[in-house]
Design a protein around this ligand. Structure first.
Ligand code: PLP
Length: 447
């Protein structure tokens, strides 16, 4: 046990991600129901690795994932209750979800290629597979490809940093001509750098049209279309913010992090699959001590080992359950992060605050905003060369009153600062404060 004084020292030194002046990365969430749920989970300390090990754990998760999918307006094929092969599962992180999807797509493709070419060695077939994502995708997508030993191509985006259908279509044609087998496209809704949105409708339509292996049953052929909405996914709780997810019904899997922007403490990443058997069956391991006769409910662990559906520890679901129950009762889109308390309008408070910051920044002719502000992120820079903005960033870091990070667009090399509304306690006065600190720094540099 740490002595109280060491604990206090640690607490004083730890970076306060929930401070209203924290504007870096993307938010990480917390809330009283989540803390309570965590305490309950720790107190109960039971492990629901299969349905029989603790039926309530599994059932809580399946019911809760259906609530979540409905609250986000996701298509029915992601619901357990739709009666299809779909359903949701909690992963630790979005990176883990991407890895699961890569492994599922890879093994499914190899199995199907082997059925068509029985003499083919899995390693040789593996070398022919190819996946696609955007040059602006999170680094975890590339890492997942490396872990899965699948070749990946990062495709160029349009002027809004969005991956479009034409780029995917061209890449598929080029690769087919080389004898490669396209298997997967990972689209991003809300990129990490600038919160740009890939065109899921265009990409989804192409994934359905182009096919090499038959992934999804007799009525759908094509590439697996996965959507990574790690940050932006929570905004789907607000019907008025759902435009960016146009075409989501074409996705075969969808992932977002409630621990980023939906009041749930780390770690909680929700993965929804159109056909869960693509992961469950492929990683099946069925030792006798895990066998049981009840088949009506998913065995989150048994069928997939550590590469199971991916649940870390089912009692943790109490955390999400407590938060979701609280949110369901109160209507998340009208509470907390998703309430504009000043205007009383529905819609995210964070989005309104980001727009407020954008207006303040643009009021000074020295600055420009380099990406459309859709959610809680504002990407801004001093007009002109990158050096000026780099110097501004160094000045702000030395100043230490606010915390934000920088980024760069892959295509243009344009360097910019990312201002994210992170804290659930962030208010207009904090936005004005951050703006005044930035102006002070810019004025200092101008001198
Ligand atoms: N995908 C996107 C679009 C992200 O913005 C992030 C992190 O910010 C990730 C994936 C990685 O998330 P995680 O830390 O849950 O793996």
């Amino acid at each position: 046990l740490l002595p109280a004084s060491s604990l206090l020292k640690f607490l004083l030194k730890v970076t306060n991600w929930h401070h209203p002046n924290f504007h870096a990365y993307y938010p990480t969430a917390s809330s009283y129901p989540a803390i309570l749920g965590d305490m309950l989970s720790d107190a109960i300390a039971c492990i629901g690795f299969s349905w029989i090990a603790s039926p309530a754990c599994t059932e809580l998760e399946t019911v809760m994932m259906d609530w979540l999918a409905k609250a986000l307006g996701l298509p029915d094929h992601f619901l357990f209750s739709s009666g299809g092969r779909g359903g949701g599962v909690i992963q630790g992180t979005a990176s883990e979800a991407s890895l699961m999807v890569f492994l599922g797509a890879r093994n499914d493709a190899i199995a199907k290629l082997q059925a068509a070419e029985p003499q083919g060695e899995p390693c040789e077939l593996l070398a022919r597979l190819v996946a696609y994502t955007s040059e602006e995708a999170h680094s975890s997508v590339e890492r997942a490809a490396k872990l899965a030993f699948v070749r990946i191509r990062s495709l160029k985006t349009d002027e809004k940093h969005s991956l479009r259908g034409d780029a995917l279509k061209q890449a598929i044609a080029e690769d087919r001509a080389k004898g490669l087998v396209p298997i997967l496209c990972i689209a991003t809704l809300g990129t990490t750098s600038s919160c740009a949105f890939d065109n899921v409708r265009e990409l989804g339509q192409i994934c359905e049209t182009y096919f090499s292996v038959n992934f999804l049953g007799s009525n759908r052929e094509g590439l697996w279309c996965h959507v990574d909405a790690a940050y932006a996914g929570s905004a789907l709780l607000c019907p008025e913010l759902r435009n960016f997810a146009d075409g989501i019904e074409l996705a075969d899997s969808f992932n977002f992090n409630p621990h980023k922007w939906m009041l749930v403490t780390f770690d909680c990443s929700a993965l929804f699959l159109r056909d869960a058997s693509k992961i469950v069956e492929i990683f099946s391991a069925d030792p006798i001590y895990l066998k049981h006769e009840f088949t009506g409910q998913p065995d989150y662990r048994v069928n997939t080992g550590k590469f199971r559906w991916g649940v870390d520890s089912a009692p943790e679901d109490l955390v999400r359950h407590e938060v979701l129950r609280h949110q369901r009762a109160s209507g998340l889109h009208k509470k907390g992060e998703f309430e504009d308390q000043q205007s009383g309008k529905t819609g995210s408070k964070h989005v309104s605050l980001a727009k407020e910051f954008e207006a303040l920044i643009l009021a000074d002719g020295r600055f420009e905003v380099v990406e459309e502000v859709t959610l809680g992120l504002v990407c801004f820079r001093l007009k002109g060369t990158n050096e000026a903005t780099e110097a501004l960033y160094r000045t702000l870091r030395e100043d230490q009153r606010i915390h934000l990070v920088a980024s760069k667009f892959h295509s243009s090399g344009v360097y910019f600062l990312r201002f994210v509304v992170c804290s659930s306690q962030c208010e207009s006065k904090d936005i004005r404060f951050a703006h005044s600190v930035i102006m002070e720094a810019a004025n200092k540099l101008a001198k």
